[in-house]
Ligand binder design. Structure first.
Ligand code: FMN
Length: 238
């Protein structure tokens, strides 16, 4: 199986520690590709909207963005990690997610995304781990992913792994290992089921794309939906 990890920080801190514990259960049996932000996508979306209007390869940052997207599309399991910065994802993660707007369902979602599984690992000192996970989940769900597990924790002590109480470290370790074991038991040959909420979002976007396509068959999004047969009977889930 293939795992692609997007690390929301380059720091080898608590987020990194938790992610390493999570991956322990997969080492040796999975091909793991990791990206670190901001190193692997050190660019902000300029808001030109060329990715949406003219195609993702016309983005001036596509060399960074596409390398990561291709790895995401190959993955059976996507792992997204992030500390909380002022209750949300750090700017580097937001900048990366902004670059993927064209993959949202109202534009040109990748059919591969609908069968994928993902896990989001976030943590903070006191408050904000859940809202940080939500920032990421929002994008993933609009890419079409239904099977998303969330691990979000508060340290409530120190900001360094080594300075946490033994009890807290054990508690975090136990919890992340349980999640890792749960996800390691999945048969990744089988695509994940698409939930009704994702199907509703898709059908709503389909209505919009149908009318856009009727008004202008050359409009990129509508054309993409038509080519996939989604304006007819085809659907991106099994
Ligand atoms: C810029 C910045 C903003 C932060 N904002 C919050 C916050 O809103 N809530 C919180 O509980 N902790 C906050 N923290 C603390 C981090 O989330 C916490 O130390 C976390 O463990 C850091 O993870 P890391 O070791 O992987 O870098 C912030 C830290 C930084 C550097």
């Amino acid at each position: 199986m293939k795992i692609t990890v997007i690390n929301g920080t380059e720091k080898h801190g608590v987020t990194h520690h938790l992610k390493e514990l999570f991956l322990e259960g997969f080492r040796g049996c999975a091909e793991i590709t990791e990206f670190y932000l901001p190193k692997d996508c050190p660019v902000f979306c300029q808001g030109c909207a060329r990715c949406i209007l003219k195609g993702e390869h016309t983005c001036r940052d596509s060399r960074y963005v596409q390398a990561i997207i291709q790895a995401l599309l190959r993955a059976d399991l996507i792992v997204m990690t992030s500390p909380a910065y002022v209750m949300h994802v750090p700017g580097s993660m937001k900048a990366f997610l902004d670059h993927l707007a064209y993959l949202w369902m109202p534009h040109r979602p990748s059919p591969e995304m609908f069968g994928k599984r993902a896990v989001i690992i976030t943590q903070c000192l006191g408050a904000g781990a859940s809202s940080t996970a939500k920032d990421i989940k929002h994008s993933l769900s609009w890419w079409g992913i239904s099977s998303i597990q969330v691990f979000s924790e508060r340290l409530m002590g120190d900001i360094f792994w080594d300075r946490l109480t033994e009890e807290k470290r054990m508690q975090l370790t136990r919890k992340i290992r349980l999640l890792s074991e749960k996800l390691a038991r999945i048969n990744y040959e089988e695509p994940a089921k698409t939930r009704p909420a994702a199907k509703m979002k898709f059908l709503f976007c389909r209505m919009m794309q149908k009318s856009l396509y009727e008004n202008d068959p050359q409009y990129l999004d509508g054309k993409y939906w038509a080519e996939h047969g989604w304006l007819g009977k085809n659907r991106p889930w099994k």
